[in-house]
Design a protein. Structure first.
Lengths: 229, 319
């Protein structure tokens, strides 16, 4: 049932011309994917948790991302819809089957932390929290969580989790959308938002989500999944 | 399938406006009330009114009630199974917690009530208007007069309207009315567009998406959606909303025709029964009395007569 739904969703993406390739019809195998992932670990690490780089674009956490999301990104690197000099040659080495396999591998490596989903009123005195929860509608900026879910933990395979991702990576994506290097967002949803954000806002919202799981844990909010230990 | 064209829709509603004066004059019990008072058109032009900032909600018992109303507006699901029996929150249709112009902002609504309505020959208060939202948009049971949820919501709306003129239709009120489309709204075109632009959030089957217990994207049809009595089930209301507010963060990105086609597609689906049907003899009667407008209630679509069922969603009824 859920596989059908994912397939349907991807069919939509294909129909839009945002992604293409017969790879989407293939079934991923995590064991095969582990062998493919050998080339990925230098940056994304053996545990798939990526690495924060003090300067520049961090290597993103892949462990626990939705498989369909990872697969779409790899296709988009190949097709140039997502420009990245580091990733492009690696993505080009993968065929459609390897893409779904490696996506399946990283998706099951460790669950993304599941954060509280109950409503909490945003504090208007905290600008990043406000932007995350409520946005800035005077500039037509929706709250990030309005699509990425409560505490930015991700919704389905189109809205990836933000909380617990590396700040440098998140900031680089917003800049990429704003400047047109990344243009694989469905319906241009991210581009419009990123264009309306200032540099300071990008830095602060990226830091907000990178540190959110820790801060929630420190405030006594229950965590589940791998980060709970 | 094919659609009722707009012209008969409009002609029908004009005829009924006259004919209904007598037919519904004695409607006195709450469920039969049509809660939508026709209000003067919002004047054209940019909205200039600014509601106060949330940081300025005072730290007083009054401010506490404002905050509670704000919380109920954003998280109406906390009233689930008591007053709310679908998956909606107020802020789904009134963006930015009821603050956003052209998204039926509450600051523009407050000053328009109480309002007289010829159709039921009585003055309708803001409290009754909010109760109507619970009955229809939330497929629920209206909170009683004086109950905390109703007081909190009214207090929040009143605070949002701080400094707004009273009894004056302000620019930005309601959803901006679209002109009649060049072509009759087409469900087929709407379906294609829905798959391209809307399904990513609302799901291929219009079912919305949740994370844990939290409804992130609301369902647009089915048991979790607004019922057949809600204003949003009208094709024109939905088209107006869509044009000015959807997709989220991309207002006015769709053409008028696209907004009409999407509204026709979405509202040509089944949803919980109109609660007024409970006290009426038949779908025909409900259709005749309450559905002489731009909607699909009682119409046969794809071989199925919409609204011809006893499914009131999760709402158990008032008794």
């Amino acid at each position: 049932m859920s596989a059908m739904r994912i397939a349907g969703g991807l069919g939509l993406v294909v129909g839009l011309g945002l992604a293409a390739g017969p790879g989407f019809a293939l079934e991923g195998d995590a064991d095969r994917g582990e062998r493919v992932a050998g080339t990925c670990t230098a940056c994304h690490q053996a545990d798939g948790m990526g690495m924060a780089m003090p300067q520049g674009e961090s290597w993103p956490r892949l462990a626990g991302l939705p498989a369909a999301y990872i697969a779409k990104q790899l296709h988009d690197f190949k097709a140039g819809r997502r420009e990245n000099a580091t990733m492009m040659p690696f993505a080009n080495m993968l065929d459609d089957q390897q893409i779904v396999d490696v996506a399946a591998y990283y998706a099951q490596l460790a669950p993304w932390p599941s954060l509280p989903d109950d409503y909490r009123a945003a504090d208007p005195g905290k600008s990043a929290e406000w932007l995350a929860e409520r946005g800035d509608w005077s500039r037509t900026v929706p709250g990030c969580n309005q699509c990425h879910g409560p505490n930015g933990q991700g919704v389905g395979s189109h809205f990836p989790p933000l909380a617990g991702q590396h700040a440098g990576y998140l900031a680089a994506q917003l800049e990429g959308w704003r400047e047109g290097r990344r243009r694989n967002d469905p319906n241009g949803l991210m581009r419009g938002v990123a264009e309306r954000l200032s540099d300071d806002e990008i830095a602060s919202i990226a830091d907000y989500y990178a540190t959110l799981p820790e801060r929630l844990a420190a405030s006594g909010a229950p965590l589940t999944g791998e980060d709970a230990q | 399938m094919n659609l009722r064209s707009i012209v008969p829709w409009l002609a029908g509603s004009l005829l009924m406006a006259g004919a209904l004066g007598g037919a519904v004059a004695d409607e006195s019990d709450a469920p039969q009330r049509d809660y939508q008072v026709p209000l003067p058109e919002a004047p054209a032009g940019e909205a200039t009114f600014q509601p106060p900032a949330e940081a300025d909600i005072p730290d007083t018992p009054y401010g506490d009630m404002v905050r509670l109303g704000r919380d109920l507006f954003l998280d109406t699901q906390r009233l689930r199974d008591e007053y709310v029996f679908n998956d909606q929150n107020c802020s789904n249709c009134h963006l930015d917690a009821g603050r956003l112009a052209n998204s039926a902002p509450m600051w523009a609504s407050v000053g328009m009530y109480p309002a007289y309505r010829g159709k039921n020959d009585k003055v309708n208060t803001m409290a009754e208007r909010i109760q109507g939202c619970f009955t229809y948009s939330m497929n629920g049971i209206p909170p009683e007069y004086g109950s905390e949820p109703l007081v909190a919501l009214q207090t929040y709306f009143h605070w949002l309207a701080t400094g707004a003129p009273i009894n004056e239709s302000l620019p930005g009120r309601g959803y901006p009315g679209l002109e009649e489309p060049a072509q009759a709204p087409d469900r087929g075109r709407g379906a294609e567009l829905f798959a391209e632009r809307c399904a990513i959030c609302h799901g291929d089957g219009g079912q919305g998406q949740t994370v844990g217990e939290r409804q992130v994207f609301p369902p647009l049809w089915g048991d979790g959606a607004y019922n057949w009595g809600a204003g949003m089930h009208r094709v024109n209301t939905a088209a107006n909303f869509i044009k000015a507010n959807m997709p989220l963060g991309q207002p006015y990105s769709l053409s008028d025709q696209q907004a009409w086609d999407l509204a026709a597609f979405i509202n040509g689906h089944e949803r919980p029964q109109d609660p007024r049907r409970r006290t009426l003899k038949s779908v025909d009667e409900t259709d005749r009395i309450f559905h002489q407008h731009m909607g699909y209630y009682g119409d046969t679509v794809d071989g199925h007569r919409l609204g011809d069922h006893d499914d009131y969603g999760e709402n158990p009824g008032a008794e």
